[in-house]
Design a protein around this ligand. Structure first.
Ligand SMILES: CC(C)(COP(=O)(O)OP(=O)(O)OC[C@H]1O[C@@H](n2cnc3c(N)ncnc32)[C@H](O)[C@@H]1OP(=O)(O)O)[C@@H](O)C(=O)NCCC(=O)NCCS
Length: 201
């Protein structure tokens, strides 16, 4: 796809609206809110994520991250988003990464929510919105996701959004400093849409 793109995607091309939430790629002005939320959520997130580099929450590291993101978006390799509530407060992050074109037409979904915002249905709303973006704007055929077998919130979120469990991969990802087995999930463009969410707040 990127081969045929004549100019970088416009901002509106990577703006995704959901129910009560919106998603857009991170920008430098998000640094304070992002670093603050990640720091407040450290204990909540670290069991489920790759080990954070020592300088992860610094402004310099965030700037490097944004440069990488911009390149990835331009190359049609990954679509990183921050998730905001409609009042513009930062809730978390979500990435459609490892975009594969050609005969595959798939991407890998990853996400996190800030600890103060967990369990309120926000990530379910963000994921549902990004499914529309992936199958619509990006014209993907398949969205893949994987999670630790004991990550009840994540498996529940995926299953309620219509993802189907397809497998079990041994020592699949290095999470929190150890190679860990993962459940593999996928959603196809042709799968039935998920039922509407019941509003919790
Ligand atoms: C997974 C995660 C993103 C879910 O975000 P969230 O906004 O809290 O999710 P939602 O509120 O939309 O809930 C999704 C489902 O999980 C359930 N759930 C949420 N937190 C739960 C918990 N702690 N225990 C059990 N179920 C939980 C919800 O009830 C909901 O199911 P339902 O629709 O049947 O009611 C969040 O828990 C998180 O960031 N966890 C740490 C990082 C992580 O696990 N990332 C994903 C790695 S694969």
């Amino acid at each position: 796809m990127a081969l045929f793109r004549l100019s970088p995607p416009s901002e509106s091309a990577t703006f995704v609206r959901g129910e009560g939430v919106f998603l857009r790629p991170p920008e430098m002005r998000d640094f304070d809110a992002w670093a603050g939320l990640r720091e407040r959520s450290r204990a909540f997130l670290t069991p489920w994520e790759p080990t954070w580099p020592g300088d992860d929450l610094t402004r310099a590291s965030f700037r490097r991250r944004l440069r990488r993101h911009q390149q990835e978006i331009e190359n049609d390799e990954a679509y990183p988003f921050l998730v905001f509530r409609d009042d513009e407060s930062l809730l978390g992050g979500l990435t459609l990464g490892q975009v594969k074109r050609g005969v595959v037409q798939a991407a890998t979904l990853g996400y996190w929510i800030g600890a103060p915002h967990a369990g309120k249905g926000y990530m379910s709303r963000a994921v549902r919105a990004v499914i529309g973006f992936a199958f619509g704007a990006l014209r993907l055929h398949r969205i893949e996701a994987s999670c630790l077998p004991h990550n009840v919130a994540s498996t529940r979120l995926l299953e309620r959004a219509g993802f189907q469990r397809e497998g079990y991969a041994r020592a699949y990802l290095r999470i929190n400093g150890a190679w860990q087995d993962h459940l593999l999930y996928a959603l196809l463009e042709t799968d039935p849409p998920p039922p509407p969410l019941v509003r919790r707040e």
